[in-house]
Ligand binder design. Structure first.
Ligand code: GLA
Length: 387
């Protein structure tokens, strides 16, 4: 019966779905925070979440804008006779954990699935959507990642919008401000309906992995053309960051972080913050790159030029500034010249390098930079004052 209702709803819904309807007032810029999944997977507990919250503060990440401390999969215990979900023994008191995180000036997130089971086989919210939304709100949760996973056993892909709307409505009904993060790997062109079902962000791809090839596949190949669907309150999500994970080089980490900023992507760190070296900390707290991500206009970047291993993306920013990222995906360092006319700029501009934090002077025609292997030069270009 439920499936039939959902099926009808999704047909009706599809008839007048349009983007940009999210109106919970949250995520006016892309959410920033940390999530347990990339570093810890299922091996997560109350202490690790508290330690992550501590580290966000002590590392300067909170002051740089990171706000949400998100518990991903594997916090769930069983339901009781009334159907109420409980956390497992590794999370003895969710309310107390939320209070701890809130006391640090941070917010806290949780994870569930529209299906009967999550990807890690834990209890999902199927047939308990309203009850779980109320529980999450009562615990003090500020963010929900809702992961399709075993929803495929009970819904067809066509029913996705309605299945996600069910939880979107339930969250709205709680009266608590909860960022709603859709995770269904970019299926069914979610960017066309994610905001309409209440989503503040939606995954656009499958899972990211901590290697260069995955970052290229997820961040570059699969994002082009989606920029028009993102904006304040509703963002494309190319998955959580792998900065500091795996064997990524420093240049690869910078390339990854810069691209996510150009994409106006949520910046959800995924490394073990208690073992972060200064190099990784400096990347994650680069305020000039974060300012690109968090630009108030919320206009996602787009590719302006690509040839061989050189890939150039630009992003309109507030105050008539432009963010430009010149990527070198090749195996040798190279010198790249960008014509300002390619960026639609005809005036004299001031150029600033966002990784070296240096002003590069003015230009009225072109900018030449040296880009390292698997690396990026990130620039902010501002119109020069008239002399
Ligand atoms: C899926 C999601 C991941 C993570 C895991 C948890 O794979 O895409 O981001 O949440 O499930 O099981």
């Amino acid at each position: 019966m439920k499936s039939l209702t959902i099926g009808l709803l999704s047909v009706i819904f599809g008839a007048f779905a349009s983007a940009h309807a999210q109106n919970n007032g949250l995520a006016r810029t892309p959410p920033m925070g940390w999530s347990s999944w990339n570093a810890f997977g299922c091996d997560v507990d109350d202490l690790k979440i508290r330690q992550a919250a501590d580290a966000i503060v002590s590392s300067g990440m909170r002051d740089a804008g990171y706000e949400y401390v998100n518990i991903d999969d594997c916090w769930q215990g069983a339901r009781d006779a009334k159907g109420e979900i409980h956390s497992n023994a590794r999370f003895p008191d969710m309310k107390a954990l939320a209070d701890y995180v809130h006391a640090k000036g941070l917010k806290i997130g949780i994870y569930s699935s529209p299906g009967p089971k999550t990807c890690a086989g834990q209890e999902g919210s199927f047939r308990h959507e309203w009850q779980d939304a109320a529980t999450f709100a009562a615990w003090g949760m500020d963010y929900l990642k809702y992961d399709w996973c075993y929803a495929r056993l009970v819904y067809s892909n066509r029913e996705m919008p309605a299945a996600y709307k069910l939880m979107g409505d339930a969250l709205a009904k709680t009266g608590r401000k909860i960022v709603y993060s859709l995770c269904q790997y970019g299926r069914e062109d979610v960017w066309k309906w994610g905001a309409q079902v209440g989503g503040n962000l939606w995954r656009t791809t499958g899972d990211i992995l901590p290697n260069y090839q995955s970052i290229l596949a997820v961040g570059f190949a699969q994002q082009a053309g989606l920029d028009r669907y993102a904006g304040p309150g509703h963002w494309n999500d190319p998955d959580m960051l792998e900065v500091g994970n795996g064997q990524l080089t420093e240049d690869e980490d910078r390339l990854h972080f810069t691209m996510w900023a150009m994409l106006a992507a949520p910046l959800i760190a995924g490394n073990n913050l208690t073992r972060m070296n200064p190099r990784i900390q400096a990347i994650l707290t680069n305020r000039e790159v974060i300012a690109i991500d968090q630009d108030p206009l919320g206009i996602e970047g787009h590719r302006v030029w690509q040839q061989g291993p050189v890939d150039i993306w630009a992003r309109p920013l507030a105050n008539h500034n432009t963010g430009v990222a010149i990527f070198n995906l090749g195996e040798s360092a190279r010198s790249v010249t960008v014509e300002l006319s390619e960026l639609g700029i005809s005036q004299e501009v001031l150029v600033r390098n966002l990784w070296t934090h240096q002003n590069l002077g003015t230009s009225h025609d072109e900018i030449t930079v040296e880009v390292p292997v698997h690396g990026v030069v990130a620039l902010r270009i501002a119109v020069a004052p008239r002399r």
